[in-house]
Ligand binder design. Structure first.
Ligand SMILES: [Zn+2]
Ligand SMILES: [Zn+2]
Ligand SMILES: [Zn+2]
Length: 137
């Protein structure tokens, strides 16, 4: 993940590394408070304001995503893949899966152009039931 910071032109600072490591440990979407808790449990000192600030920087560089439905954060699983990054969120087990689709982005950009709208980012999330939850029912 140090390489991920460098590849995005970010300095490898301790708070940035701690936040990325916490998200990797949690493995699902997490709130700033949960990220902070996880860092705390590892015995590292970092305050919540710093967590928010780091999340904003990482989000701007597309290393992490903020989920539209609940505002939680997760590591981007494909930071170098261009196209639309979106999520399939299972409301029954809470699992979130990321997808990338370039054609979707082109359609969204066409919609934006038509409305003379300048998007700064694309976010989307599909909420429903994942395969393992729906086959268990
Ligand atoms: Zn992504
Ligand atoms: Zn599920
Ligand atoms: Zn898009």
């Amino acid at each position: 993940m140090q390489n991920a910071l460098k590849s995005k032109g970010l300095r490898d600072t301790q708070p940035r590394r701690l936040v990325i490591e916490a998200l990797a440990r949690i493995r699902s979407a997490a709130s700033p408070a949960e990220i902070h808790d996880s860092i705390d449990k590892k015995g590292a000192a970092i305050n919540l304001v710093t967590v928010y600030r780091v999340l904003e920087v990482l989000r701007e560089k597309h290393l992490i995503h903020q989920h539209p439905c609940d505002g939680r954060y997760s590591l981007c699983s494909m930071p170098d893949a261009s196209g639309h990054h979106g999520f399939l969120h299972c409301s029954s087990c809470g699992k979130t899966e990321e997808f990338v689709n370039a054609a979707l982005c082109r359609m969204e950009d066409a919609i934006a152009r038509k409305a003379k709208f300048r998007p700064s980012e694309h976010v989307s999330e599909l909420i429903g039931t994942c395969h393992s939850c729906s086959s268990r029912a």
